[in-house]
Design a binder for this molecule. Structure first.
Ligand SMILES: Nc1ncnc2c1ncn2[C@@H]1O[C@H](COP(=O)(O)OP(=O)(O)O)[C@@H](O)[C@H]1O
Ligand SMILES: CC(=O)N[C@@H](CCC(=O)OP(=O)(O)O)C(=O)O
Length: 304
């Protein structure tokens, strides 16, 4: 049923009060940047949040955009456990696409809709210190795990959040590209969900919203899981209900909740205004991951 504006506003007011003065980190995924109308609704959501006293911090992806540019230069995309295998040539393309094209496009969109966004990569202000990531493949109880080299893929070692804390007190909305810097100045390609999780933890964010291209986390029969605890999420990783890009996404949600982020939501970025719908409605949208379940079964949320 179509909701009228007044009833939506009445429902939103306690949430607006609750989130005011708090930090919300939003991971804006490459798939959710598909068309102009979606980009516009995202830009309006973050501008409105800042306007009413919430501190949005945007971390963006750009996997599909990187893939298209690699195609154009004749390079194949190859993923292991949701991570793009990244040699030096791929890294050059990743940095150009993420820190150059995608970052500036989002900044321009937000500013065109009345915001004051500033784009940063992990190199700006040494924001994201990274080191090489290794992934391991289980080979049976009696064998050591196989180490798989995925090149210049990084994991976050430290977020230097001072610059973000300064920006929180201003009109500025930070927009972060997930490119990290190593101790010797190496450039690392980092999964955007992982960066968003670490940024949310470093800022003690009230909520982390991960936008994606599915309704949320789906169970084995394809049904949406509307709420789960971090330990239930860990079980889904174990029993392989989660595959591909959903693995780092849920891992980052678990890590963030364990590091003190109050709630993490995985939402459908193809729905216009999904950020506001998640924040300001009783039912929310997508899958919410919490430390402990507050109410049995339902997705009802408390304001505290
Ligand atoms: N159990 C699951 N529930 C939902 N999506 C899943 C699940 N397992 C794997 N996926 C896949 O994870 C994808 C989301 O991860 P990813 O492609 O990295 O998203 P994004 O680029 O939006 O961050 C979905 O499109 C879906 O194909
Ligand atoms: C290591 C790794 O896989 N990095 C990602 C970074 C971009 C990203 O995460 O983009 P989405 O959120 O849109 O998928 C990549 O190269 O695609």
């Amino acid at each position: 049923m179509m909701r009228d504006t007044a009833s939506l506003l009445i429902e939103a007011l306690p949430y607006i009060r609750h989130f005011s003065g708090k930090t919300i980190v939003i991971k804006y995924g490459g798939h959710a940047m598909k068309d102009e109308a979606l980009k516009e609704s995202f830009a309006k959501d973050v501008v409105l949040m800042k306007y009413i006293g919430i501190h949005p911090v945007v971390v963006h992806g750009g996997g599909p955009q990187i893939g298209r540019m690699l195609d154009r230069v004749g390079k194949k995309s190859d993923f292991r456990a949701g991570m793009r295998v990244t040699d030096q040539d791929t890294m050059d393309v990743v940095e150009m696409v993420l820190a150059g094209k995608v970052n500036k496009e989002i900044v321009a969109f937000i500013n065109r809709h009345g915001g004051r966004a500033i784009g940063l990569s992990g190199k700006d202000g040494q924001l994201i210190e990274a080191r090489k990531m290794h992934i391991y493949r289980y080979q049976g109880d009696d064998q050591p795990p196989e180490i798989i080299d995925i090149g210049l893929v990084g994991e976050v070692q430290r977020i230097n959040a001072e610059i973000l804390k300064v920006l929180e007190q201003s009109r500025v909305i930070p927009v972060i590209a997930p490119v990290g810097v190593g101790t010797d100045g190496e450039t690392y390609n980092i999964n955007a969900d992982l960066v968003a999780g670490k940024v949310a933890s470093a800022l003690n964010a009230e909520k982390l919203i991960l936008m994606t291209d599915v309704p949320g986390v789906l169970d084995r029969s394809g049904e949406l899981i509307s709420t789960m605890t971090a330990s239930e999420a860990a079980d889904l990783m174990q029993d392989e209900t989660l595959k591909g890009g959903m693995i780092p996404k849920v891992q980052c949600a678990i890590d963030a909740v364990q590091a003190g982020v109050h709630k993490v939501a995985i939402v459908d970025g193809r729905i216009p205004h999904c950020v506001l719908l998640e924040l300001f409605t009783d039912s929310g949208i997508g899958t919410e991951i919490v430390g402990t379940r507050t109410r049995r079964g339902g997705r009802e949320r408390t304001h505290a």
